[in-house]
Write a protein that binds this ligand. Sequence first.
Ligand SMILES: [Zn+2]
Length: 154
Amino acid sequence: MDQRTTTIECDSCGANNRVPLSRLKDRPKCGKCGARLPLGGGPITVTDANFDETISTSPVPVIVDFWAPWCGPCRMIGPTLEKLAGQMPHDVLIAKLNVDENPGVASRFQVRSIPMLLGFVEGEAVDTQIGALPPSALEGWVRRVIDKGRMIAD
Ligand SMILES: [Zn+2]
């Protein structure tokens, strides 16, 4: 059995909870106050090494932002993604993958133009957005991926 754990900070009381990766899908609660732990948020950095594990163990939909430091439009959408991650830590996990440093994942998903956003639910890609969007449209797209996650979970 998988014994690895991750530490999640409760957004109600601030307590740090150590949760086994194998229990994430059970929607764990805070050991101190009993509130549901935020299982998304971010942005986190994903790499060729941890990409598969991150998207397959996440109990909430994952948005992967394929980006590079030299890409102007990527820098435009970065702050919006960061804001959404902060607003919806129970609904979605925002992950960023630098395509220059992680050619394995980038070529697997045939990333030819960035920014490219992929939405994953239970490890499966459910939606793609290529190119930057204005903040409101970007939020709409993220919410659509979250809705697809709810449909699949029901
Ligand atoms: Zn708590």
